[in-house]
Design a protein around this ligand. Structure first.
Ligand code: ATP
Ligand code: MG
Length: 632
């Protein structure tokens, strides 16, 4: 056990020595000659001159010691399948997939787009790509053809790997028609489409283009496909951001820096040990899935659970039953999933033996206090660790790092800046650094961004510089576009996105603060607050809330009563300036498929504007409800 403050300070002030040490977690074919080249800011190159391979580090290197240990545990409550692949099995499957990709002409540097449900073949495809030095671009399965088409155009893949269908809540979701339509819409056409046929939805293959994975795989049962050693800076993959605030950005990741960052995070952040089991409930279409369903746990020699299904089917105990069955040590999920579970019978939590579990990590959106308390009590005081990051960063920026030094969590805070991150809060108007406690500023990172972070936006260096590095006046710093404060102990609290700040008669208010306040009313389950243009005050807050008990809301009087109570709570906690002009009650809130509130769309609709790019929205009916309420 060390001292976290020292560990962090060394990562910044003795940067190269610190990361040279971390690089030892990784197998290199050729050792790096230079740890960090930051001669052309803001473009950072990590472990320059080094050669490695992500698939080697995730799979092959473990064969000597743990060939017969579980590596990938595929569980589908949609198709009732459950299969464990040892490291030996995984090695064989990845080489079969790699051989098929090679047959399709895939070589180092080619892009391969993966549009798949949460099945084992999706993991094989990702690992096979990086094995060959090909650049994968996973697109969240079930995205509509329009969003898929724009990503196909942007990544211009030689090959697409897909499947006939996904399944959600027991309902088959055909992928093939969406894919065919997307390819039709896209100016770029892939040479081949590899189809994994799950026999869920019948389809007609396109002649000359579509190939059946099962028959191709059968030709390569004994495939031996060596890892292609690539330069550390060689791109491993591209991945699009969630699209919460607008057009998604194609984040480009390197190989060496990413491998080192994930390898080091396993002991330091997650306390994951080789031979243990990691269960990340995200989706491979998101960054959390890339880093902590696939690469992180495997690099760390752990078994990883790939789960297809809902958290509440067959019942709300399914995840905990998997924790018991596979002796999960580290679990990773999102607040939105915990809020779903919160509506279930709490007895489901005590039904299973969860003694193997060390900690539950949560990321992706603010972890509100009621949800944090609920899960913390439900898990009997086990560590609940909120961590804050972005698609761009590839691994957490803020967290408690119990693997370096045990530290308590604080409700509402994702903890401190992680080693490698030189986090600064700055004034958005002047760019001045805010060094005092409890000052509100934009959370920025001083360059070079640490290993594992984005190298650039795919094919658009100018957009990378302009989007992230030129928004704070007088300074070249990376902006996260999130507001935060830091308390006297160095714990950060995220207050919301910079474009979620409301300016009411000259007072700047974070929508998050108002949401927290409204959530403290005992009958509010969830709420979204947006700023709406107002002639008199510039902007006013407007709230859309989901009530826990809706029996009192069937008539106008009941709604007015609860609205009044909510307003009073805000008055008392934050003052009258923060009081929402209206509180509307809805049954669902519009979210992205990764569970993030689409405030941008709610705000547009509340102001009577067009909601813009909605390609990543999950449930259109939720937004429609708001359209109608506001119109009335
Ligand atoms: P886009 O950039 O396309 O608009 P996005 O920002 O939602 O979409 P992601 O990279 O998936 O895409 O999400 C990162 C953002 O999620 C962060 O910038 C922050 O706003 C929010 N976030 C992530 N983790 C946390 C957390 N632990 N607490 C609060 N907010 C979080
Ligand atoms: Mg973002």
């Amino acid at each position: 056990m060390g001292n976290f403050a020292d560990f962090h300070a060394r990562s910044i002030h003795d940067r190269d020595a610190f990361w040279a040490e971390q690089a030892k977690w990784v197998d290199w074919k050729v050792q790096p000659q230079q740890i960090c080249d930051y001669s052309h800011p803001p473009f950072a190159k990590w472990f320059v001159g080094g050669e490695t391979n992500l698939c080697h580090n995730a799979v092959d290197r473990h064969l000597a010691e743990r060939a017969d240990q579980p590596a990938l545990i595929f569980v589908s409550t949609e198709t009732n399948q459950e299969k464990t692949y040892t490291y030996r099995d995984l090695h064989a499957e990845v080489q079969r997939m790699a051989a098929v990709l090679q047959d399709m002409g895939v070589v180092k540097g080619d892009r391969v787009l993966i549009y798949m449900p949460m099945i084992a073949e999706a993991a094989f495809a990702m690992l096979a790509c990086v094995r060959l030095g090909a650049i994968h671009s996973v697109v969240f399965g079930g995205f509509a053809s329009h969003s898929l088409a724009s990503r196909i155009e942007d990544a211009s893949p030689k090959v697409i790997v897909s499947a006939d269908a996904g399944s959600r809540g027991g309902k088959v979701v055909p992928y093939k028609p969406l894919l065919d339509e997307a390819i039709k819409l896209s100016a770029h056409k892939p040479g081949k489409v590899i189809m994994v046929d799950r026999h869920l939805a019948a389809f007609t293959p396109v002649a000359e283009r579509d190939v059946d994975y099962a028959s191709e795989r059968a030709k390569h049962m004994d495939a031996v496909v060596p890892c292609e050693w690539v330069e550390s800076t060689h791109p491993s993959y591209t991945l699009y951001t969630s699209g919460t605030t607008g057009k998604p950005k194609g984040v480009q990741r390197d190989t060496g820096g990413y491998t080192v960052a994930l390898a080091a995070s396993m002991p330091h952040v997650f306390e994951g040990k080789p031979g243990g089991t990691f269960f990340c409930t995200s989706d491979i279409g998101w960054v959390v899935g890339h880093s902590y369903i696939i690469y992180g746990p495997l690099i760390g020699g752990m078994a990883t659970i790939l789960y297809e299904g809902l958290p509440i089917r067959p019942d709300g105990g399914i995840w905990w039953s998997l924790v018991e069955k596979y002796k999960v040590n580290v679990m990773f999920s999102a607040p939105t999933a915990i809020r779903v579970l919160k509506k279930q019978d709490p007895a489901l939590l005590s039904k299973y033996d969860l003694s193997s579990l060390q900690a539950l990590f949560l990321a992706g959106e603010p972890l509100d206090e009621p949800t944090a308390k609920w899960i913390s009590e439900g898990l009997n005081g086990k560590a609940i660790i909120d961590n804050y990051w972005q698609t761009e960063t590839g691994w957490p920026i803020l967290s408690i790092c119990n693997g370096v030094e045990k530290a308590p969590s604080k409700f509402g805070s994702p903890g401190k800046a992680i080693y490698g991150y030189n986090v600064k809060l700055v004034d958005d108007q002047t760019g001045e650094e805010l060094t005092g406690a409890n000052q509100k500023g934009v959370l920025t990172i001083e360059g070079p961004l640490p290993p594992g972070n984005l190298q650039t936006i795919w094919g658009d260096d100018a957009r990378f510089v302009k989007t992230y590095w030129q928004t704070v006046p007088n300074k070249l710093v990376y902006s996260t576009f999130d507001w935060a404060v830091r308390d006297e102990d160095g714990y950060y609290f995220i207050l919301g996105r910079t474009d979620d700040v409301i300016n009411v008669a000259g007072h700047r208010l974070g929508t998050r603060e108002i949401e927290e306040s409204i959530s403290s009313h005992p009958n509010i389950a969830e709420v979204a607050v947006v700023g709406v243009a107002d002639q008199l005050k510039g902007q006013v807050a407007m709230a859309f809330a989901i009530a826990k008990d809706t029996s009192g809301l069937t008539d106008l009087a009941g709604r007015i009563k609860l609205e009044g109570e909510v307003m009073k709570v805000v008055d008392n906690q934050l003052g009258a300036v923060a009081r929402p002009s209206r509180v509307f009650f809805v049954s669902a809130l519009p979210k992205t498929r990764s569970g993030k509130l689409l405030r941008r769309a709610i705000q547009a609709v509340a102001e009577g504007r067009d909601p813009g790019d909605l390609t990543t929205m999950d449930d259109p009916a939720a937004l429609q409800q708001i359209v109608e309420l506001v119109k009335a």
